[in-house]
Structure formats: structure tokens, C-alpha cells
Design a protein around this ligand. Structure first.
Ligand code: GLU
Length: 441
């Protein structure tokens, strides 16, 4: 059975790049009627915070990416210890004692000689007595996985055929000197034991994947299908990380972007399929195909979320936004006509307030000098009321007959005089609302 996971480290808020990973894994699982696991990668006790776990869940909930179960790495430390013992038992795990400064020096020497900065495995040559001495002097060492020097190959769901020379990669540290299990080992143990069949993650993990494949094989697990999506850049191709502050999902939520706008964009951005607004999760699931994604960096522009949000709102009935309308103190019986008038003229729900103010308080007329006389004449022709949806039509044709103006020269000055704006709702729908509201206040 298809099983995927989204595996954030709870060391910060999730951002649009993480969301892409979450969404792809979610869609793969749902498309195959499989299981989607939310795995909290919290083996780092210093940096992991419960508040971030809560925030991650809240963000996923907001988006409607519901998980089938939650796993926490901090509760599985015994499993990782057991795997580490097995690796030790098969001679694929060794303790190393170099300090960061020593490693740095080695790297610099290698680079100076034009060699790749790969760990030289000096620790493998240490005798037991030398290790005891180092341990007495420096404390516990780190534990490295002994890679087999051969090519590691896989067929990547996005990148195609990948082949990495294991000799070009350092033996990865899987356990730190203080005993903390690192992500690479924990992730492999989890993926294997939880039966994860498909792993989608960012292309910054490609080298990890190479080493993980060897660890999985050493532990006798099944290698999942891997796919690595390209990294997101800003609209000009600049690194997104500089702007991550504004692209945290919680900030997007605050800015009024709608979840379906985010999902619609991110399910297609970087693929050869067009971005289309999808209002139902089932459409997103049906329309998702990972093979359509390319390896080139994907340009992301947060501004693209706003037109999608506006289009989404245009299709909503009052029932979907009633709380937002009543929060403005719109009387119950006017909620429906007000929403139907306003929904085509907002980008986010925050813009509703402006239109309600117009209905409630009217607007300072916007009248160009050359239109003063025309507007005065038009105002004399404005019917007493009550206004209904025919009022605008009959008024403008009376003004047309009296002044000879037509087209834009007729409608635009009238719109500006009534609403104080050059653009806005359909006047026929707006006029009755303006009058009813004002008559009551
Ligand atoms: N916790 C890892 C990360 O956030 C998970 C990577 C993976 O999907 O394996 O990068």
C-alpha cells in the first residue's frame, strides 16, 4: 500500500517550500488511497519546540492536508539505538574523534590539492587502545556509517536516472558525540519500519538519499521511490530563503490568502501543467502527476496567490463567509445582497470592510472640474426611491437623454460621484444597497 510522509523538524514555522513537500506527499497518498503520515523529526531536543509542532499542525489543518497519523522521532529512540547496534554488528559503523577544527583543516588541505573534501576515514585505522585514549581525552566520538565505495543509483520520480559515486561522499555521521541520533539514521529506520513507499522532498536532499539508500540496504529494508523537487526561488530567480519570513504559511494566512489558492498554485507550479484554480481537494488529487514536474528551479511569486484568492472568493456563497460578513455588523437581511455585490470586487476578505463602509456611510463624491455642471444636473434627475436593481438603468438613461452624454463619458462620472471611486461593484446591484442602508442609519 502506498504510504508517504511529511517530515518537518519542529524548529520553526513551515514555509511555502515545506508546503510543496507536504502537498506532493499528501496528493500521492490520497491518489493511491494510501496513508499519509505526519512525522515530527524532533531528535534535536535543543531546537525542537512544542509550539512549532502545534503551529505545523495548525498550518496543515488550515490547508486541509489531513494526516492519517502522527509519528514522533523522539519517541522512537530505542528503535534507532537498535538499528545502530545492528550496523555496529555488521562492521558498517565506526567511531571517529576528530574535532570540528581538525575536520576543517583536513577539508582545506584536500581542497588545496584539488581533491573533493571527503572524510579520509582516518578513524578506521585507530586501535582499541588509541580509541580509549582519545575517549579519555575528548569524550565519546561520533558514529559514522561506512559507505561502500560503488555507484549509488536510483530512478528519481522527478530528476530521472541518478548515479552518485559513494566515494565522493563522506561517511555520514549518524550519531553525535552526545548520543543524539541524527536525521539520516532516524529517517531511514522510520521509512523502513513504517513501510513508506514514496518519498518526495527537496533536491537539497539528493546526497542524503544516496547515503540513505546504502543504510536502508544494510538494514535490510525496501528502498522507497524517491522524487526530489526543485527548490523554489523568488520571481527573479533569487534565493527564497532571504524572504522566508514573509512566506511562512501563518503569515500567508494572516494576509488573507485562501488555502485553495495556495494549494492550486503549489500543486502545479514547476510542472508542465497549467495552474488552475481548484476548489475541491478531489480535483487537486485527480489532477496531480509528479512526472510532470521539472528539475529546474521553480520561480515562486507570492503575488500570484492573490488573483487565485479573488477568483476563489468570487465563487463562494454567503454561507461560506457569513462570519466575516456579520463581523462587519451587516444586518442579516442585507448580508446576501451585500456579499453578492462585494465578492466580485475583493482580493481578500479583508477588503469587505471597505465596501461595507461605502454602503453604510456613502462616499465623498469624486467629481472632476469639467463634470461639475453635469453631475449637478444628473443629481436632479436621481429618482427619490426606493432604489431597486432597475434604478441605475433608468437614471442613466434619463441623464443620457437630458445631456446627450453616452458610454464612458456618461457612466464614469456618475460612478465616481456616487462611489468616490473609479472602479467597483456593478452599479445596478450597488444602488439599492446604498439607499436601503443609508435610509436606516
Ligand atoms: N526533517 C527533514 C527535513 O525537514 C525531513 C527530510 C525528509 O523528508 O526526509 O528536511
Amino acid at each position: 500500500m502506498t504510504t508517504t510522509r511529511f517530515a518537518p523538524s519542529p524548529t520553526g514555522y513551515i514555509h511555502i517550500g515545506n508546503l510543496r513537500t507536504a502537498l506532493m506527499n499528501y496528493l500521492i497518498a490520497r491518489k493511491a488511497n494510501g496513508t499519509f503520515i505526519l512525522r515530527i523529526d524532533d531528535t534535536d531536543p535543543e531546537r525542537s519546540k512544542e509550539e512549532y509542532v502545534d503551529a505545523i499542525k495548525r498550518d496543515l489543518d488550515w490547508l486541509g492536508l489531513h494526516w492519517d497519523r502522527v509519528e514522533r522521532q523522539s519517541q522512537r529512540l530505542d528503535r534507532y539505538a537498535e538499528a545502530a547496534d545492528r550496523l555496529r554488528g555488521m562492521g558498517r559503523f565506526y567511531e571517529a574523534f576528530e574535532t570540528p577544527t581538525e575536520l576543517d583543516l583536513k577539508r582545506k588541505k584536500q581542497l588545496n590539492m584539488g581533491k573533493p573534501p571527503v572524510y579520509d576515514r582516518a578513524a578506521l585505522a585507530l586501535s582499541d587502545a588509541e580509541k580509549d585514549a582519545l575517549r579519555a581525552d575528548r569524550g565519546q566520538g561520533v558514529w559514522r556509517f561506512l559507505l561502500q565505495h560503488e555507484r549509488i543509483e536510483w530512478q528519481d520520480g522527478i530528476l530521472g536516472d541518478i548515479s552518485i559515486d559513494a566515494a565522493s561522499v563522506s561517511d555520514p555521521v549518524l550519531i553525535k558525540a552526545d548520543g543524539q541520533v541524527l536525521y539520516t539514521l532516524a529517517s531511514v529506520v522510520d521509512d523502513t519500519e513504517m513501510g513508506v513507499t514514496d518519498v518526495v522532498r527537496g533536491s537539497d536532499h539528493v546526497t542524503n538519499t544516496a547515503t540513505q539508500i546504502q543504510i536502508i540496504q544494510a538494514l535490510g529494508g525496501a528502498v522507497p521511490n524517491f522524487a526530489h523537487h526543485s527548490l523554489l526561488t523568488g520571481p527573479q530567480g533569487e534565493a527564497l530563503s532571504k524572504r522566508l519570513g514573509v512566506l511562512a504559511l501563518r503569515d500567508l494566512r494572516e494576509s488573507g490568502v485562501q488555502p485553495k489558492a495556495v494549494l492550486s498554485l503549489m500543486a502545479r507550479l514547476g510542472s508542465s501543467d497549467p495552474v488552475e484554480l481548484r476548489t475541491e481537494m478531489s480535483e487537486l488529487i485527480d489532477g496531480f502527476d509528479i512526472t510532470r514536474f521539472g528539475s529546474a528551479p521553480t520561480k515562486f511569486d507570492v503575488e500570484d496567490l492573490y488573483p487565485l484568492t479573488a477568483r476563489y472568493l468570487q465563487g463562494l456563497p454567503l454561507s461560506a463567509v457569513r462570519d466575516h460578513v456579520t463581523a462587519l455588523d451587516v444586518p442579516d437581511d442585507l448580508a446576501e445582497p451585500f456579499w453578492l455585490m462585494a465578492r466580485d470586487n475583493i482580493t481578500t476578505l479583508a477588503d469587505l470592510g471597505e465596501w461595507w463602509e461605502l454602503c453604510r456611510d456613502g462616499a465623498e463624491p469624486l467629481v472632476a472640474d469639467e463634470d461639475q455642471a453635469f453631475i449637478a444636473q444628473a443629481m436632479d434627475l436621481l429618482p427619490e426611491g426606493p432604489f431597486d436593481t432597475t434604478t441605475w438603468g433608468s437614471w442613466t438613461s434619463a441623464v443620457k437623454d437630458a445631456t446627450g452624454r453616452k458610454g464612458k463619458g456618461l457612466f464614469m462620472p456618475l460612478r465616481k460621484a456616487v462611489t468616490g471611486r473609479e472602479r467597483g461593484p456593478d452599479m445596478a446591484t450597488l444602488m439599492p444597497l446604498l439607499q436601503v442602508v443609508r435610509a436606516r442609519s
